[in-house]
Design a protein around this ligand. Sequence first.
Ligand code: MIC
Ligand code: SF4
Length: 647
Amino acid sequence: MGKNIVRKILESHLVSGELKPGSPIQIRVDEVYTQDATGTMAWLQFEATGVEKVKVPLAVSYVDHNMIQSNFRNPDDHLFLQTAARRFGAYFSRPGNGICHQVNLERFARPGWVALGTDSHTPTNGGIGMLAIGVGGLDAATVMAGLPYELQMPEVVNVYLTGRLERPWVTAMDVILELLRRLTVKGGVGRVFEYTGPGVEDLNVTERATITNMGAELGATTSIFPSDEKTRHFLAAQGRQEHWIELVPDPDASYDERIEIDLGSLEPLIAQPHSPDNVVPIRDVAGKKINQVCIGSCTNSSYQAMKAVALILKGRRVADNVSLHINPGSKQVYEMLARDGSLADMIAAGARMLESSCGPCIGMGGSPGTGHISIRSYNRNFRGRCGNKDAHVYLTNPLACAVMAITGEITDPRDTDIDMPALSEPEEFIINDNMLIPPAEEGSEVEIIKGPNIKEVPLKEPLEEEINAEVVLKVGDNITTDDIMPAGSDILPLRSNIPAISEYVFYNLDRDFSKRALGAKKRGGGIIVGGDNYGQGSSREHAAIAPMYLGIKVVVARSFARIHRKNLINFGIIPMTFVNGDDYSKIEQGDMIRITSVPESLNSNQQYRLYNITKDTYIDCRSDLSDRERELILSGGLLAYVRKKFQ
Ligand code: MIC
Ligand code: SF4
């Protein structure tokens, strides 16, 4: 039987395991990249392995999230990352060079390679035919130290594209919004989305990257496009034609499932608050007054999209009731907009130009006001993520965003007299890598500089025989890592300081959580109870490290999102699921739970009888850990495990 692209790449990178959906496989990795908000931990953890130099062919450390520098914390972290990269053999992308995924696509991504990135939107690189997976910092650190990466072999879903994006005001963003509408934020768990079909030819690499970027919101392991003539064109325009290879599925390739989308039938869509899958046609919600528009981020920052935005704004003005923020995704795009006059058109129209960074997407500035409506070309609109839980964030394509900045209300652009600008990729991009600092020839001579913001990574205590813990929180379905460990300009600068950041765990849902958890820690520890898809969204391992620090021993949920589940295991917290989903109702916040013979159950059939002491009932749970994952938990987490291996 013919092979699909995912299988071809995995076969050529397989170290051990069987490519059977659900079974654990270990693969060799070509590139690892980090961003600053997760990267300080990743590099501290790499340092803790004692390995002198990264063992992957390419490593890049980006700075793009923590850019406000309202005190010493961010610049301390930046200097640590810069010196660590130079010492350990990684490129350093300086603050101002752009958002990691956009820059990586432009300058490093290669078809046929495998990449890990410490950020959930790493699949952006799938637009070029790279198998790019978001992971926690500790996974990245151990792979850089020389271990293969372990994941569960996902199912491969074929998204078969027909037709062309020929309807006015429909862009690549509408393709992924349509998929989110159909499949929801849980629809991609345990799956990779491979795009094929005649419609693929209609999309260029940056449009494909918009689709694979936001595939993260489906909960997918990753998404990927073929590498074809469009890919060759993009790489040539980036001066990297030598990195091109053709990568297409065999004609008779098989898939676990198939979904079809006719590009020609799509219309402009919008995701309403507070979830990226709450998608409707823009026309359904048209007419609402808006307060803010944000254009850019790692989802929609290509030169062609930004240039089209500038053409819409040219000679027009931003409505009085709207604040328009634009954050182009990379220095390359920004410089090109400046040189061709687009930047002047944006400024003249009244845009507030931001630097090339994540910015308002992660609540680093640009928060909307109370009750305000913000329209964004970004990828996530979880409540509170923008920095204000009383604001309403909608997600739509960048062209529609530009139109709404002018009309001042939610508008389907087809209902205006504005002409849609043509979209096309340039023949050549401006290539100027002067903000990419290569690693040192002699790393051992470089001193790593750690300012006072940088604290040691805490280690987990070894696993106990018996857990006696209190249910410190019970939550519902689709809890995001933004709920567990909020970001924003007050909290994000604490990423290198676990004791300090742990005070904010579940802060927006329950201000007393961390105090309560610390109290329970003194009495034996805490348990969190969750619904379906617990831990969806970002890759931030702080959503596991900080709870570990607060004494959380177990999370019991109906199901887990992939990256968060792995992060929990890496930090020694056992992710358990209910054998019978209805038992979720048998356990309440405040209940005392006893779990006996924990290591023994973990080592045998991974079944646990939880005794609810408060209610005097039993609840059957299980964990589905691979052999390596069990070993990790028994050693007290991945870092302890790796230390044993390397020292
Ligand atoms: C996000 O979009 O949520 C982030 C901020 O980029 C995160 C990473 C982080 O929390 O540092 C992600 O997507 O993984
Ligand atoms: Fe940055 Fe937002 Fe992209 Fe995350 S989703 S990498 S915060 S731009």
